[in-house]
Design a binder for this molecule. Structure first.
Ligand SMILES: C[S@@+](CC[C@H](N)C(=O)[O-])C[C@H]1O[C@@H](n2cnc3c(N)ncnc32)[C@H](O)[C@@H]1O
Length: 250
């Protein structure tokens, strides 16, 4: 297993009143969750260099149109399947179905635009069961520029895009889910359980949701309002407890 993640230094302070995710590094949290949940099948959307994929041991499916993996991501895994394509193409092509109809743990970290993440979530949930867990990365942006729909690397080194919109969307449209925003640095992690593969609420409302949220910036939404709905649970509280989400025993 990889060594605990070393930070390059404290993150720059954000706007006054800005919510900051300052718990353990997300890669260490992903590793710990994989050890606790011991998923038979792990789905990762957005693999990049493989830093998160390197943190698990179960059977895995990795989807990314631009893999840059240069490390041991196979490790002890009995199976590892790479799909060099967008997540939309991956789901449309039906490749996952040929491997499994049951995903135990998914990490959604692909294109950082909320409509992509929403589609990834909708498509992933169809493979979930009552004890599956879905993780959404980058729900808590560390600055307003990092929360823009377009990434300007001159202005912000990191970019979490407008994935933050998934918080109000899931709270409004899917109150049935057990949805917790955890505080791993640098940009939080959503943990969702109580998934229902038959639920079509988000799919039916997809166009309305996109129309409502497309042009809303985090400042339009309101930093204080966002801080309120994005209130984070300490990942340490979750990891030291023996229950992750309702009904998901570890
Ligand atoms: C932030 S990186 C993933 C990092 C990785 N999960 C980790 O923690 O080390 C995001 C990745 O998403 C990929 N990506 C971009 N658009 C995508 C899409 N439509 N479907 C799937 N992956 C996509 C990019 O190529 C990039 O490698």
């Amino acid at each position: 297993m990889a060594q605990p993640h070393q930070d390059r230094g404290p993150a720059k302070p954000g706007t006054q009143g800005w919510l900051r995710a300052s718990g353990p590094h997300y890669l260490d949290v992903i590793e710990r969750l994989q050890r606790l949940l011991d998923p038979d099948w792990y789905l990762e959307i957005g693999t990049g260099r493989g830093n998160s994929l390197a943190r698990g041991t179960g059977k895995a499916i990795a989807v990314d149109p631009d893999f840059r993996v240069k490390q041991d991501v196979m490790s002890q895994r009995p199976e590892l399947h790479f799909y060099r394509q967008t997540s939309d193409d991956f789901f449309a092509g039906g490749a996952a179905k040929s491997l499994t109809d049951s995903i135990d743990l998914a990490f959604i970290d692909g294109m950082h635009l909320f409509e992509n993440v929403l589609r990834d979530f909708i498509n992933t949930e169809k493979f979930c069961h009552s004890e599956s867990v879905v993780l959404l990365h980058d729900l808590v942006p560390f600055s307003a520029p990092a929360a823009e729909r377009e990434w300007d690397p001159e202005v912000t080194k990191g970019w979490s895009g407008d994935v933050w919109k998934m918080i109000p969307i899931l709270r409004d449209y899917r109150p049935d889910l057990d949805f917790t925003v955890l505080d791993p640095r640098p940009s939080g992690l959503g943990m969702i359980s109580g998934l229902d593969p038959e639920n079509r609420v988000l799919e039916a409302a997809f166009d309305d949701i996109v129309a409502a949220y497309l042009n809303v910036t985090i400042k339009d939404y309101g930093v204080a309002e966002f801080s309120e709905i994005a209130k984070m649970t300490s990942v340490m509280d979750v990891l030291v407890g023996d229950v992750i989400g309702e009904g998901v025993k570890v």
